[in-house]
Every structure is written in structure tokens, then in C-alpha cells.
Design a protein around this ligand. Structure first.
Ligand SMILES: [Zn+2]
Length: 210
């Protein structure tokens, strides 16, 4: 199987760590995509980078760090509408990005090409994770119908994104082994109020995509 991790930041790094800890790379190929450089402003929640890495390409740092790892590749391609064809041939995508535009674009591409993906989003102490399985589940656009306005958002607490990223890895492991229990549900957690719940997700009959 070929697994893509889109984003090597707050979510993507713990997700990658989780995949490696679970040995997912031993029998599968993993490719991590990120075009960005390490910035000082968000380094506190990006578990593999240090202040010495500021200004350097994320994938170059990760290539060095994981040089001895088997079946692990890195790409600095900036994925957008025009080049998502690069995801063709992947069997599972972990969507670990911080913006809705990329979520919409990857969602639409995966629906069209029948590729499952696991998406996470975090804000403050709160986060969600869901898995899209072609023909079986709702897609991201079924329950996110409009682009949110660019209002001021609460910051992200480091352990919220680490928790969500590790959860994505766990879910990927379960899905690859045919025992995902997240299919058809949205995992919603609030680490401040100790809320961990699974909400039923139905396809939206008016979804423009699926
Ligand atoms: Zn849909």
C-alpha cells in the first residue's frame, strides 16, 4: 500500500511518528508532502523541529532525520488543484493541513478518484478526526458546506494537535488492517472538558461532490 501524509506540521509530524511507531512503513510506502519552511512562530507545536531549523525546508530536515528509515519518502511539492494528480496511485491519504482550501481540494480529488483519506482539524483544546471511505461514508463537503470566514481563531494547544495526529496514525493502522471503527462517524474531542465522543455522520443528499 502507498500512504500519503499531506502536511509536516502540527498534525503531520505526530501522525508520521505514530505510523513509524506502529511499523506501518515496514510493509507499506509512506510519502510526506510539505512545501513549507520551519517558522519560529509555530515551532512549539511541531515536534521534530528545533530553533536551529528555522528557515529551512521541512522535508529536507525530515529527510536527514529519517535517512535510515525504510519505505519513507518526502516531497516538497505544493499540492493544489492543478497538481493533485500526483496523489493518483495512493491507497490512503492522511490529511494533516491547517487550511480549508487544501481540505476541499484533496477531498474533491479523493472522491473523484476513489481514494480513502483521514482528516483532522484542531482549535484550542478541541479537535475532530474522520475517515472518508469511497462509496461508504460522507465526504468532507457533506458536513462543511462553506468556506469559513477568516476570523481570528484561538491558538492551538500543542497537545491537541499531537493527540489528533497520533489518532490519525492509529486510525490509518486500523483501516489498513481492515478493522476501522471510525467509518461513518466523526470523532470529536475536547481535552479541556474531557469530552470524547463519536458522532454519526451521514451523507448529505445535497453534497456537491459525492
Ligand atoms: Zn459529500
Amino acid at each position: 500500500m502507498k500512504i500519503g501524509v499531506i502536511g509536516a506540521g502540527g498534525l503531520g509530524l505526530p501522525a508520521l511518528k505514530g505510523l513509524l511507531e506502529l511499523g506501518v512503513n515496514l510493509n507499506n510506502e509512506i510519502v510526506v508532502f510539505d512545501f513549507d519552511k520551519v517558522e519560529e512562530s509555530n515551532i512549539h507545536r511541531q515536534i521534530f523541529y528545533t530553533v536551529d531549523d528555522v528557515g529551512e525546508s521541512k522535508v529536507e530536515i525530515l529527510k536527514r532525520k529519517f535517512a535510515s528509515m525504510k519505505n519513507l519518502g518526502f516531497s516538497d511539492l505544493k499540492l493544489g488543484d492543478e497538481n493533485l494528480d500526483n496523489l493518483k496511485g495512493f491507497d490512503l491519504i492522511l490529511l494533516c493541513v491547517d487550511n480549508v482550501e487544501t481540505r476541499f481540494a484533496v477531498n474533491d480529488f479523493c472522491v473523484e478518484n476513489g481514494i480513502p483519506f483521514i482528516e483532522a482539524g484542531v482549535e484550542g483544546f478541541v479537535g475532530t478526526v474522520f475517515i472518508y471511505v469511497p462509496e461508504k461514508t460522507a465526504c468532507y463537503r457533506c458536513f462543511h458546506t462553506v468556506m469559513p470566514d477568516k476570523r481570528e481563531k484561538p491558538g492551538i494547544i500543542t497537545f491537541t494537535n499531537v493527540f489528533a495526529g497520533l489518532y490519525q496514525a492509529k486510525e490509518a493502522f486500523n483501516f489498513l488492517n481492515g478493522r476501522s471503527r471510525l467509518i461513518g462517524k466523526l470523532f470529536h474531542f475536547d481535552l479541556k472538558n474531557n469530552v470524547f465522543e463519536y458522532l454519526k455522520l451521514s451523507k448529505n443528499p445535497h453534497c456537491p461532490v459525492c
